[in-house]
Design a protein around this ligand. Sequence first.
Ligand code: ARG
Length: 466
Amino acid sequence: PASKAWSGRFSEPVSDLVKRYTASVFFDKRMAEQDIRGSLAHARMLARQSIISAQDLADIERGMSQILTEIRSGAFEWSLDAEDVHLNIERRLTGLVGDAGKRLHTGRSRNDQVATDIRLWLRDAIDQILLLIADFQRNILTIAEEHAATPLPGHTHLQIAQPVTFGHHLLAYFEMLSRDAERFQDARRRTNRLPLGAAALAGTTFPIDRAFVASELGFEGVCENSLDAVSDRDFAIEFCAAVAITMTHLSRLSEELILWMSPRFGFIDLADRFCTGSSIMPQKKNPDVPELVRGKTGRVNGHLVALLTLMKGQPLAYNKDNQEDKEPLFDAADTLIDTLRIYADMVTGIRVKGDNMLEALKLGFATATDLADYLVKKGLPFRDAHEAVALAVRAAEARGCDLADFTLDELRASMHEVSGAAERLDSDVASALTIAGSLAARDHIGGTAPNQVRQAIARARLRLGA
Ligand code: ARG
């Protein structure tokens, strides 16, 4: 008897190296449960259509149930000789139930089988990712609420720009994650189509019922074209793109946490359980977890490029190249899932050092725009107001003080070169120069006023369905 499922037409066996090189069982065995689910749906359809007998179906179901138990308990013997997850399971099935096992592959090819398995696997991974994103978002909202009014220096160009609240800053990440979740939901819709029935590439001569199989497996419908069904992997590319974008967002957050934890900033501390020490420098507490998130983003971006490159030169339909789709796909999902799990916990362990944030704000002339806006509200054209405040900042910098430290007369004197500026300053300017005043004044949807941040959090909770 042939030693491999396909070896009948060959006159010599493959070498051990080629066997290992072409095998995928090491990594595709993690789709075993999906493979069995798909096979059972296929077998039920074959029996309904009288392509196999009711007895065959019963035998297949009994065999598969035992195989599932063996796989779950670790007793299943995976064999390199059987190449991949599909042939390993089919071989065991035939060993257990005989001819019925050999009938399972009627009207099917590994090409539509593997495409089905990946889609089933990815659908589950996406569902898990969506739950994890929502958990993480809920935790972000909890901290954002605590710090709805905590002033943080907002930066542009990494230079102090304007005061924002820490809560407002965190909500920026909430928004990114909401879009990420939408991308996954969207990718899920296109993933959720059944390739089975395409067989090798052209369809099959048996009277199959693809719609039945689709509904058994929870697919929204069937892939319309058999060639496309076996060769398309764009759903996997799309998923990896969504992973890469999500990781990019988390990488930016990581970069901020790393900077903020540096004593140069001193804005936050991370819980010890996310940091590690140095083997030589006893004083060190390093933000390893965010650093690794930043690093793993590079790896996941690589997976996206790997899949794009894998596909770009393939003629229709299936080519063995496609076997290379799994490791990047699995690793992208694993990496994101672990990262989301860790992050959901890590954000709750952020200790905010509000005094240091405030101190930094005072050093950066963060309310200069507020002063310009004040002058504009008193009738000065904005460009003149900008110039007048720039002069005031220069004077404050030369003196080594903040704008708020000037008396009214000193402030007037600092901008005397701009006509119409000094006389528009009144004692009420003091409140425009305070950080609390600056924050509260940005009082519109999307603005950083604490009261707006609280409303944004309430809307965000509704969106999450919490
Ligand atoms: N292990 C293969 C893969 O992952 C299964 C499909 C093999 N099909 C074939 N005609 N060799 O793509």
